[in-house]
Design a binder for this molecule. Structure first.
Ligand SMILES: Nc1ncnc2c1ncn2[C@@H]1O[C@H](COP(=O)(O)OP(=O)(O)OP(=O)(O)O)[C@@H](O)[C@H]1O
Length: 271
């Protein structure tokens, strides 16, 4: 069943016309959708329209079957988690209070609150010893984890993520991706994720949406967009990098070990 429907959506900014030119997209419950495309193609704009941070110029967006214009904005936003790159944790609040902010304003009882905060910090691969710290006492990767935990705190059905791991180093980024994949498997939330990183997109997405020139070029599984590109643009966009990202990792590891162990000359592999 479709949990988000984008219907003939157009966007024009006052100083910037024709950003989105008639987008149509159905997002099913439990899907991990990744929006990719060249810089400036409107990924963030589309994401922010879903939780009404940016208004549409024309067209409609439905969340859980209801037009977002009919949703109470606060209610809509509390049923949608939102994670961005500069995560914006409250600097003067402890990690516990950051994660528990929404449950506490919703009046959750102390015992349930404690359990929830503890469950969430474990879910993102950390533990209770971090709860008394302040955001400045964590690494960038840990802060992003807390951002994910905070977005999950109100148990939203949908989570929007805008380049959430863009500012962390490569190793932390891989860990965060693995954890997010696990969380998605476990909680079966619907995730809409923006990235400009092809490997990240193909690793995480159950469906990839490639945007270009205000339109959607192709929607498909990682295999479809890489191996069955519908247009030359899709083929160029994913290209060899996409192909490499989808190669069987075991096959690559086998070749790597053969070369490292001197069983196969490097010149043969590089041919
Ligand atoms: N408030 C605004 N007023 C005018 N133009 C804007 C505004 N916000 C965004 N734009 C323009 O709209 C286009 C789409 O921006 P958006 O941030 O949605 O793209 P994006 O695909 O997320 O880009 P990136 O990958 O670089 O983050 C860009 O050309 C941008 O300059």
């Amino acid at each position: 069943m479709s949990i988000i429907t984008i219907k003939d959506v157009y966007k024009e900014y006052e100083t910037n016309k024709s950003i989105l030119k008639g987008l149509n997209l159905e997002i099913d419950q439990g899907e991990f959708i990744v929006l990719v495309g060249p810089s400036g193609c409107g990924k963030t704009t589309l994401l922010k329209m879903i939780n009404k941070l940016i208004p549409v110029t024309s067209g409609e967006i439905y969340v859980e079957g209801k037009n977002i214009e009919e949703w109470n904005t606060i209610k809509l936003r509390s049923s949608i988690g939102y994670v961005i790159q500069q995560i914006g944790l409250f600097p003067h609040m402890t990690i516990e209070n950051n994660i528990g902010y929404v449950p506490s304003i919703k009046g959750m009882k102390k015992e349930a609150y404690n359990t929830r905060v503890s469950d969430l910090i474990h879910l993102v691969g950390m533990n209770d010893t971090y709860l008394d710290r302040y955001p400045s006492e964590l690494s960038g990767g840990q802060r992003q984890r807390i951002g994910v935990a905070r977005a999950l705190a109100s148990d939203p059905d949908i989570i929007l993520m805008d380049e959430p791991f863009g500012a962390v180093d490569e190793i932390a980024r891989r860990h965060l991706q693995d954890e997010l994949k696990e969380i998605h498997k476990k909680l079966k939330k619907t995730i809409v994720f923006v990235t400009h990183d092809i490997e990240e997109a193909l690793k995480l997405g159950t469906k990839i949406v490639l945007m270009h020139n205000g339109k959607i070029e192709q929607v498909g599984t990682p295999e479809e967009v890489v191996f069955k590109p519908k247009t030359p643009f899709v083929k160029d966009f994913f290209g060899i990098k996409g192909f490499k990202a989808r190669l069987d990792e075991e096959a690559l590891e086998k070749i790597f070990n053969q070369v490292i162990n001197g069983e196969r000359p490097l010149s043969e592999v590089l041919q």
